[in-house]
Design a protein around this ligand. Structure first.
Ligand code: 5GP
Length: 115
């Protein structure tokens, strides 16, 4: 696998981020270029490159990421108003960082279909 991703640098505290949650398996911080009033990224500490490269070994981590979305959404007070969770995968998905991450977007009305 190639050099560290920007997210591994955040996990290792080599670059700063506004971290709102951290545990043994994942970290959650605010997106540097927010697309909504609240825009968070939930990132596994283990570098799973993207969801299409995950395997059954990652089952516990993937489940944990979803439960972390729930935890952080409560922490941010966005469960009543609602939020959107997005995983971009590959070129057509709009993926920029090859380290799995779940976006949490909230604080405005989301549209469908997404752009
Ligand atoms: P993707 O397009 O890969 O799904 O999303 C990558 C996200 O990472 C983008 O929303 C982008 O703004 C965010 N991002 C990229 N570099 C940094 C960084 O250095 N710090 C933070 N907090 N977010 C970043």
């Amino acid at each position: 696998m190639s050099d560290k991703t920007i997210f591994e640098m955040i996990i290792d505290r080599e670059i700063p981020a506004d971290i709102v949650h951290e545990d043994d398996l994942c970290i959650c911080f605010r997106d540097i270029n927010p697309q909504a009033p609240i825009h968070l990224l939930v990132v596994p500490k283990k570098r799973i490159v993207r969801i299409s490269e995950s395997s059954s070994e990652d089952q516990a981590t993937l489940g944990h990421l979803m439960l972390t979305v729930n935890k952080v959404a409560h922490q941010e007070g966005i469960t009543e108003s609602g939020f959107r969770t997005v995983i971009n995968n590959g070129p057509h998905g709009g993926e920029e960082v090859p380290h799995l991450h779940l976006h949490i977007l909230a604080g405005r009305q989301m549209q469908w279909p997404p752009g």
